[in-house]
Design a binder for this molecule. Structure first.
Ligand code: COI
Length: 361
């Protein structure tokens, strides 16, 4: 299955295939795509083959392709950052590819040779380097994706797959940037169940979250905070990110017990908080504890962590029509420090003690 000798073919876009670059001050999130993409195919006989960096294009797919019917689709979110002297960095890309291979295992999809794909990604980002934004805070978002392409309708793992990577220059994920978000605590719908696929980055998890997100938007909330599916009691994660609380000086986040995504930003935040001497606990935390801490004033901060969201402070939770404001609705000191430190590491402006950065080119 693992073809470590995998050759990557390069087909450079011709001058007439190059696209105009968007206004870097108005990028939004995920709306413009670069000139090239990486594609690679798998089938049982050949393993991974036809690895190519090629001009960005649309796919022609059989309507019976199994991804459309049984949802074998996994993806990742990572970023490239332009530092000083136009150096370009990736942040912990091996961890994204590790996680993608874990998602592949869970979804009965083939694992891929991470080192070769990372090499191809670096070559592609280098080729599309003009697309890595120069405006402060803007980045090149990278979306590795794998889908089942075999045309067949029997319910079983597909025998043909396509892995592709596309890139898009992005601004802040939330239109409010670093301004605190308002989060609606969802206590009837559930995102994932014990033994389910909550810890895999699979498309269906996001489709399943949309109804609750829509209802939360209608009520004026930015995002949903999911609770566990069994008791609707313990905090799990936010629609786009993992969630953290600072209560009485202690940094708390739900543990990785199978129903939440093992976030790479989550892991980086745990590491930084430990480096800075904070007591850090990965433990179950009941929503009632969060609300009580909010009311007593011991909930000092809360923030989401994710590749797209970076660090997104929470200014307010709404749980069963009850509102809890955090830190007067403004971003807290720890959220700000984490945001600044992470961004500084990612953009190559500060020491990188944990060797998280990978240089492109
Ligand atoms: C990411 O943070 O990279 C994600 O995949 C979350 C997505 C909702 C944008």
């Amino acid at each position: 299955m693992f073809n470590q000798e995998l050759e990557v073919t390069l087909q450079k876009a011709t001058a007439d295939q190059l696209k105009p670059k968007p206004d870097q001050n108005n990028l939004g999130f995920g709306q413009f795509f670069t000139d090239h993409m990486f594609t690679m195919r798998w089938n049982r006989r050949q393993g991974w083959h036809d690895a190519t960096i090629e001009p960005y294009r649309t796919f022609a797919m059989d309507p019976a392709a199994m991804v459309f019917h049984y949802g074998q689709a996994i993806f990742e979110g990572m970023k490239a950052y332009r530092g000083k002297d136009d150096q370009i960095f990736l942040f912990r890309p091996q961890d994204n590819f590790d996680r993608m291979n874990q998602s592949a295992l869970r979804m009965c999809m083939p694992r891929f040779p991470q080192d070769r794909v990372l090499q191809a990604l670096r070559a592609m980002v280098y080729l599309d380097q003009e697309w890595v934004p120069k405006t402060p805070g803007a980045t090149l978002y990278i979306r590795p994706t794998m889908i089942a392409t075999e045309p067949a309708l029997g319910l079983r793992p597909a025998e043909e797959y396509l892995l592709y990577i596309i890139c898009c220059p992005v601004g802040a994920y939330y239109s409010g940037g670093f301004s605190p978000t308002k989060i609606y605590v969802e206590d009837s719908f559930a995102r994932s169940v014990p033994g389910g696929v909550g810890n895999a980055k699979t498309a269906g998890n996001y489709a399943a979250s949309l109804k609750a997100q829509d209802l939360a938007h209608d009520k004026g909330y930015t995002q949903v905070l999911w609770l566990d599916a069994v008791e609707h009691k313990y905090v799990e994660e936010v629609g786009t990110s993992n969630i953290f609380f600072l209560i009485d000086g202690e940094v708390i986040t739900p543990p990785l017990e199978g129903s939440i995504l093992p976030g790479i930003t989550r892991d980086s935040v745990l590491q930084l908080a430990r480096d800075w001497g904070y007591p850090v606990r990965e433990r179950r935390i009941a929503i009632d504890e969060v609300i009580a801490a909010g009311k007593s004033g011991s909930l000092q901060e809360s923030f989401g962590t994710g590749t797209a969201a970076v660090i997104s402070p929470v200014g307010e939770f709404c749980y069963r029509e009850e509102l809890v404001q955090i830190n007067g609705g403004v971003a807290g000191t720890l959220s700000k420090r984490l945001y600044d430190e992470l961004q500084a590491i990612q953009f190559g402006e500060r020491e990188d003690p944990h060797k998280w950065r990978v240089r492109v080119g």
